[in-house]
Design a protein around this ligand. Sequence first.
Ligand code: PLP
Length: 220
Amino acid sequence: MAIAENLQKIKATLPDSVQLVAVSKTKPQSAITEAYNAGQRIFGENRIQEMQEKAEALPKDIQWHMIGHVQDNKIKYMADFVSMVHGMDKEKRLKALNKEAAKVDRIIDCLVQIHIAEEDTKFGFDYQEAEALFQKNLEEVYPNIRVCGLMGMATFTDDQEQVKREFKGLHSFYHKVKTQLYNKDYFNTLSMGMSGDYKLAIEQGSNMVRIGSSIFGARN
Ligand SMILES: *Cc1c(COP(=O)(O)O)cnc(C)c1O
């Protein structure tokens, strides 16, 4: 029952406006079922094939979010069921997702990933590139995807001030895009915050947190 308890504890601390993505990557289907039975419906995975296997086996009302780095040649394996794709880190990725979504006659929700961390191991557009992207008429260029917001991962550090700064920067850019560059009703999601930093992320304006280990326990 640990999973259900962890989930309830975390949910009790989240404001109503914040959506919880339960990050189940590497965890068995039984762990997802336990969270599902406790009411959770949004799950995050970072490998397309693993997500596909789980989606086939588990209840159909689960909303699967792809939160990891996406390889263009694997998008076809999730195009018919994925609910949201967080890691749109390059324009060619938007193009690839749009193409696969068209093949299955869907409009797929996605988030543009912004590189906010100091580490260069993390993926994403920098602010300038993203600004140029949102100058385009994305609905016209990519009619089979819907850019619903932004996603970012802070630097892995104990320096809370730095993490806060990075989240604050992303929130202010989100606000700018929403009000000045890409003023669409559906552009309403800011995905930032994981087990170690989600409280800070919410304080800085996150409305979607991706929490794994605090729900399911540490990964190997
Ligand atoms: C694994 C992962 C998470 C969850 O991390 P935890 O620290 O276990 O909460 C969140 N976001 C992304 C992109 C991840 O890859």
